[in-house]
Design a protein around this ligand. Sequence first.
Ligand SMILES: [Zn+2]
Length: 135
Amino acid sequence: MDCLFCKIIAGEIPCTKVYEDDTVLAFLDIHPVNIGHTLVIPKSHHVNLYDTEDATLAHMMTVTKKLSIAIKKAVGADGINIAMNNESPAEQMIFHTHIQIVPRFLGDGYVCWRGPRDYNEGEADEVAQKIKDSL
Ligand SMILES: [Zn+2]
């Protein structure tokens, strides 16, 4: 399979590992937003959030919490963003599920999730209802 992250898991491509257990691997992003930027991936191949088993996702988040606290301490970060890009329009570039732990520093200049969009009158209720209807 031509998957970069599967090759990292198989040891065919090196990574700077920070955590590993039977289910997940975590390593430093090679193009970090800030030092300590870490990716948490399942060892089994899944494309993204939608096809990853609930138990695996739950474990990924448990590891993400543990690592976030350690990373914040290790690099002296002022805060942490947790991100997960799913599909190309959401800027997913490697099609193997991954959670990103992004350390943030006061005044680091990185801007995320600053949307230009507001809800029109009544639109939020409509959208919320559509989401509930889709569950
Ligand atoms: Zn993969």
